[in-house]
Design a binder for this molecule. Structure first.
Ligand SMILES: NC(=O)c1ccc[n+]([C@@H]2O[C@H](COP(=O)([O-])OP(=O)(O)OC[C@H]3O[C@@H](n4cnc5c(N)ncnc54)[C@H](OP(=O)(O)O)[C@@H]3O)[C@@H](O)[C@H]2O)c1
Length: 253
């Protein structure tokens, strides 16, 4: 079996690649940093006896999303993990528009294009789109990021339903983690460290969720409960709570 993982050079993507490698799945790994990908390739090939191909792409451009598809469309992929993404913390008014647009192109456009191309080309298999708990909650101080993940979650649920109705053997799932200890907070510009789940645990739950045919995967009981209760709370309570939590990340500890 062959799988593609985007954003595989660190964090959740790297950990998912390791989980898939343990299951003897050959990998096509993508990110921008060649050296990190090469190191992961050597490590996974030597420990698990699988084949790992690496390719550097900046997926925030439309052309590179198509180029990635061209590069691996003949590999008979049965698992596609659209994981590459980043966030930016701060007041909407203050975040650079260029940074936000790059984020929206990566978090939404690249996931959209790759899902479209693989849904059309795959005969059977799974596309796992990495969303976030933030996608369930309007999030002041991280407004555009949370909204981008709401897109990923809603889009994946709806397409998965369509595919079920049309009896296509392709599933489109979403992974919706809460905080995970990766480079994410650093890239997002958080000034305070927040402890979350390990990337390895998140990846184990993600791969188990794929095997158990979940349509969305929420790692951790705390996050499942948050998702459950958030629907009963009025926005008048949710917005100040979300603002307080996100603002703490923006404060120097
Ligand atoms: N950590 C959390 O708390 C958390 C919670 C919920 C959801 N998520 C989501 O989980 C996913 C993975 O994030 P992470 O936490 O593992 O953070 P991370 O450690 O920063 O990993 C992000 C990955 O995406 C790649 N990437 C970034 N920009 C890219 C681009 N333009 N083109 C191609 N690849 C790119 C990075 O590699 P290069 O820099 O080498 O390109 C890296 O491999 C993201 O979609 C994020 O939104 C994270």
């Amino acid at each position: 079996m062959n799988a593609l993982v985007t954003g595989a050079s660190s964090g959740i993507g790297k950990a998912i690649a390791e989980e898939l490698a343990k299951k003897k799945i050959n990998l096509f790994l993508v990110a921008r940093r060649q050296a990190e990908l090469d190191e992961i390739k050597v490590s996974l090939e030597s420990r698990y006896g699988i084949k790992v191909f690496v390719k550097t792409f900046d997926l925030s451009t439309e052309a590179n999303c198509f180029a990635l598809f061209e590069a691996c469309k003949n590999d008979q992929l049965e698992i596609v993990i659209n994981n590459a993404g980043f966030g930016c913390i701060g007041l909407f008014e203050n975040i650079e528009l260029d940074t936000e647009l790059k984020m929206l192109r990566l978090n939404i456009m690249s996931v959209h294009i790759l899902t479209k191309l693989f849904v059309r080309s795959m005969k059977q298999g799974v596309i796992l789109n990495v969303a976030s708990m933030a996608g369930f909650i309007p999030t002041p101080n991280m407004a555009a990021y949370a909204a981008s993940k709401a897109y990923v979650y809603n889009f994946s649920e709806a397409i998965n339903y369509e595919l079920k109705r049309t009896k296509k053997k392709v599933r489109v799932l979403s992974l919706c983690p809460g905080p995970v200890n990766t480079n994410f907070a650093n890239v997002a510009g958080a000034k305070t460290e927040f402890k979350g789940m390990s990337a390895e645990k998140c990846a184990r739950i993600a791969v188990r969720g794929i095997e158990r045919h979940r349509h969305h995967i929420i790692p951790g009981l705390g996050m499942k409960l948050t998702k459950f209760f958030v629907r009963f709370l009025p926005l008048g309570i949710i917005l100040p709570m979300a603002f307080m939590i996100q603002s703490k990340k923006d404060e120097i500890s």
